[in-house]
Design a protein around this ligand. Structure first.
Ligand SMILES: C[S@@+](CC[C@H](N)C(=O)[O-])C[C@H]1O[C@@H](n2cnc3c(N)ncnc32)[C@H](O)[C@@H]1O
Length: 208
């Protein structure tokens, strides 16, 4: 059977028909991402964007920590509507961007670019390069990128779509000429239905 394309209608349909615990990537608390971000000891005015943020609870956790410049981008309007509803009135203080990240023209300059399980859907070389260019352009000098993908021993598909698996070394080849790899971790995510998925988590810093 031919693979479905990674596009807005795929993701809008997912978020229309499934609740949080129906989707394998869901984490009640995104523990590893928070540990990495907490470790950066950022000021509360730092601009943080969650790219492909979907239905993640990361932004809610960052609101609780007191961050004041939070941004969430996703290709699916339904995903962001779900997350806005979960957050409640505090959602009014967040910048929400419905767009494909690779050609988004609404991005600003960020101190932290976070992406868990969205970058790995890009399969074509030019799309991957467009993504790399977006991070290069929109991360401030000295800013950090937290990037989590399925690892070489992880699943080959996510949400029924083919993905690209990465090791930290492969990500370093892609980003390493502008970014310094500061941290790399193999992390097992247990899906809400109990399956294990192997992730590669990396922390890069943009060179000043
Ligand atoms: C597997 S989910 C992960 C959601 C969230 N990051 C988390 O960790 O719970 C992937 C998300 O990336 C979004 N996405 C996929 N491709 C995208 C793209 N090219 N641009 C923006 N968002 C994208 C999807 O709509 C979906 O919400």
């Amino acid at each position: 059977m031919k693979d479905q394309p990674n596009n807005q209608s795929h993701w809008d349909h997912i978020y229309q028909t499934k609740v949080d615990v129906d989707v394998g990537w869901f984490q009640p608390i995104p523990v590893t991402s928070l540990e990495i971000i907490d470790g950066l000891q950022l000021g509360l005015d730092s601009a943080i964007i969650d790219v492909g943020g979907g239905n993640a609870n990361l932004t809610e956790q960052l609101i609780d920590r007191g961050f004041r410049d939070l941004n969430v981008l996703d290709i699916s309007a339904n995903a962001l509507a779900r997350t806005q509803k979960k957050i409640g009135p505090a959602a009014d203080d967040i910048t929400w961007i419905v767009s494909n990240v690779i050609d988004c023209d609404q991005l600003q300059a960020y101190d932290v670019w976070h992406d868990r399980a969205s970058f790995h859907f890009l399969l074509e070389e030019h799309d991957i390069q467009s993504y790399v260019n977006q991070v290069k352009t929109h991360l401030k000098p000295g800013g950090h990128m937290v990037l989590a993908t399925f690892s070489l021993s992880g699943p080959r598909k996510c949400s029924g779509l083919p993905i690209t698996q990465y090791s930290a070394a492969m990500l370093d080849v892609l980003f390493g000429n502008t970014f310094t790899l500061k941290q790399a971790m193999d992390v097992i995510h247990v899906t809400p239905s109990g399956y294990e998925q192997a992730f590669t988590y990396t922390l890069f810093q943009k060179q000043s």
